[in-house]
Structure formats: C-alpha cells, structure tokens
Design a protein around this ligand. Sequence first.
Ligand SMILES: C[S@@+](CC[C@H](N)C(=O)[O-])C[C@H]1O[C@@H](n2cnc3c(N)ncnc32)[C@H](O)[C@@H]1O
Length: 380
Amino acid sequence: MERQSHLDRQRTIHLGSFYTPNHIVQIVSRMLSNIIKNPQEYVLLDSACGYGSFLQLQGFKRNIGVDIDEQALIYATNHLREYQNELAQPPLLLHANALHHVCRDSFKILDTEKLVIVGNPPYNDRTSIVQNCLKNKEVCNIDLALKARDIGLSFLLSFNELQADFICVLHPLSYLIKSSNFRKLKSFARHYRLIDSLIISSETFCPKSSSFFPILIALYQRDVRGMDTHFIQNYHFKTFEEQSFCLNDFDFIAPYIDKYPNKKRITESQKVAMFYTMRDINALRRSKTFITKDCTNAVYVTHEKHSLYCYIDVFKMMLAHVPYYLGNCDIPIDYLSFKKLESHFILASETKKLSHEVQEYFQNLLGKHYQKEEDENEKF
Ligand SMILES: C[S@@+](CC[C@H](N)C(=O)[O-])C[C@H]1O[C@@H](n2cnc3c(N)ncnc32)[C@H](O)[C@@H]1O
C-alpha cells in the first residue's frame, strides 16, 4: 500500500493519517487467522481506513472501510482495484465521521452479523509523535459516550458500541498501562480481553522523531471476563525485537515519592529542594529534574525523600540504556539495592558522574532490557 501523500504535515497530524506499512498489516492478518478459522462468517470493518491497507485482507464475508477524509477514499478505491480478484466483492467505502452516530446501521452492518474490526485508528496522545502546537484542537462531533482526551480512546470505545466479536488494531501501549487511560476505557475493558499482541516502535511511523514510544498491535476478543488492572499488570507483553516483559517484573518509584505538586502538604521549612513534575520515562527524557525556581509544576522535596529524587535525576542519565518499549512505564526501582547505594546516588546526582556500583545497579535493574549504547555495541 502506498504511503500517504495527499495531505500536508498539518492535515496529516490533524487527522492522524500515519498509514500502516504492509509488513504490519501482515502481522494483523496472521493474528486473526490464528484465531478465526472461518472468516467468511465475519464482516471486516476498518472505521478509519485511509487508503485501505487493511481492506485487502481476504476471505471475509464483506470488507467495509470508513474515513472522514474523502480524498483518502478516492485513493482507496483505486488502490483496492489491485485486489479485486482476491476479494469476494469490492470493499464498501463510506465517507463518514466514525465517532458520530455510532451504531451498526451507520456502517451497513446487521445486528445479526459477526464482526471483526481492524485498523490503526488515529490518536493524539500527549506523549505521541504529534507536536503539541499542531495538535487537533478542533473537536469533531463525537458521541457523548465516546468523548475522551485522546481520539484513539474514543475509537476503542466505539468498537465496544459496535459489539465487535474480535478487534485487531494498533494503539499506544499507554492506553492499557497508564491508569488514567485505562480508567477512561472502562466500558471497553469490561467487555474485551487481550488474547494476542505485539509491541512495535513508533519509529515504524515516524522514523525522524527524536524519541519513540511503544505501539501495541492488539487482538481483543469479546469476553464477559473483560480485563482489569490485575490482568494488565500480569500480562506478558512481547515485542517485535523478541523481548518480553510484564509490569509486575518491576517495582516502580511512584509509591515512594510525590510525582505531582505537593505544596499543600509540604511546608516551606520541610523543603530542601524542588523537582519538576514527573510522568513516565519518556516524559523524563524531555523534562527537567531538580529546579531552583518555584513554579506550578514544582514538587517540594523533603530531606527524608531527597535521595529518591537524586535517584530519578541519575536515572535520567541512564535513559540511553532504556528500550523504547518501557517508555510509558513509571521509573523502575529496586528499593533494597537502592538503599544500600543511597550515598552513591546522591553523589552521582551532584557530580553527574556515575560510580561503577551505580552503573552495575542499572544493569541489574534492567537485566535483559538493558540496552548497550551504539558505540558499546560495536565493541562486541
Ligand atoms: C492512522 S490512519 C490509518 C489509515 C489506515 N487504516 C491505515 O492503517 O493505513 C488514521 C485514519 O483515520 C482517519 N480519521 C481521523 N478521524 C476520523 C473520524 N472521526 N472518522 C473516520 N476516520 C477518521 C484519517 O483520515 C486517517 O485516514
């Protein structure tokens, strides 16, 4: 499938039109064929279809594509002609806002039909490739039940409204592992369970970006058990690079410190330093650590917790060793080992020099996930 070429940069970001390369479409196709043995019983829908990369998937009863961008659909009609011999019938392409008046009838699907939803819906998360200044501030009409801070969350909620039997889509991993996102997905998570997945890097879509975040190719099945945070914490995520991890493999810093402004609890006299508000590992790549000037984002640091903030400051120096797929996690810590090296972390934060023990600590903390820097790789 051709790369998206009809939109300028601003419109591309506005519509989230980062189209999916064929090797990723093939991963979705394989995940589906492992679980669906009789695709001819299912209607296939991509409600944000772009040029229709996912509509070339074969063997389904009918393929339906929807997009808000009319011009993309003209390209899709032309591109999909290539596949006319392999598809039972030409895909039905509908020009519509897939988040407004969401029901099966709007997409020409009967209530009695079995449904598979595929695709790569647009998203505009704060941690995403999308630059803040260009972000879509225009709110298109979205059904009340689907409204969310991030349009990608709205799409997932819309799939629940459509009561799809299976959903195999790409979305930021942060939708599942960040509690604020996962809470927003409540109605979706109550009805769907992750049954297969693979993490890929956002580099696939934006190779020129300065940092990358994890995107999940996620296969969900409608299931009364749904998913809760315990399920996500214990899920073994696999990555494209043949790594795997589970959130429960790590202890994180959040319970030990204040990540957000705490001025209401910590008095001036208790304060020994100030730190900038923290979010996840990727946010730490961009944000400041210790600050000297007070501001609304300042977190007051007490003497008792000072070494833990030094730890974060030092962790920031190690970010080159942290793989992209952990980018939306909180900062990991091995509290007992940290306590033994507490003075080393304070010194490392002050001098910006890492002792051998501190470097070894991080190698042990990250284990198989510890990334050698490029020039180190060359030595091996
Ligand atoms: C990331 S692209 C994916 C396109 C295609 N599925 C692919 O993977 O190559 C997202 C698409 O969503 C479309 N889109 C954005 N907002 C939409 C909306 N509210 N309703 C329908 N389509 C929308 C954009 O026009 C764009 O084509």
